[in-house]
Design a protein around this ligand. Structure first.
Ligand code: SF4
Length: 142
């Protein structure tokens, strides 16, 4: 298996809910994955002499990755839409959640705003991924 493919498969291997809360979580963006998948395709072309079965197996894995990228793009679009239309998003910052320990949930430090009273809000305009699965979404009232 080529090294790029192994890296991506390792990234997407099944994790427990607890694993997802650990600070070591990797933030994945569709464009990062696209670059990796394109590298894999280039490696495949460079190794045309591989046996047919191996190539078929790798191409199957590449197809799964493209499917996953599609899913990521949909999730990302949902996050962007929610971050823009949620009534709790004020000046691009979520006022609904106070994240006491941003490291624990894997939030990058540059997307967390620390307020004077010590509360911490997420800058959803910059990090809309936070909104993707949020149960507190409410549409802005016009
Ligand atoms: S969807 Fe959730 S995380 Fe996003 S702004 Fe609204 S309340 Fe905050």
């Amino acid at each position: 298996m080529c090294s790029s493919l192994k890296r991506i498969i390792d990234k997407f291997s099944v994790m427990s809910v607890e694993d997802n809360l650990k600070p070591s979580i990797a933030i994945i963006s569709p464009s990062d994955v696209e670059v990796e998948v394109k590298k894999i395709e280039e490696e495949l072309h460079a190794h045309q002499q591989l046996e047919g079965e191996k190539i078929k197996s790798i191409l199957d894995d590449v197809k799964k990755l493209w499917d996953f990228i599609s899913w990521l793009r949909i999730a990302e679009a949902q996050g962007v839409w929610k971050a823009k239309t949620c009534r709790h998003s004020i000046n691009d910052r979520c006022q609904a959640w106070n994240i006491s320990d941003p490291d624990r949930v894997g939030l990058p430090p540059d997307v967390v705003q620390v307020n004077q009273d010590g509360t911490k809000n997420v800058w959803v305009g910059k990090y809309p991924h936070f909104c993707i699965a949020c149960p507190l979404y409410e549409a802005k009232r016009s």
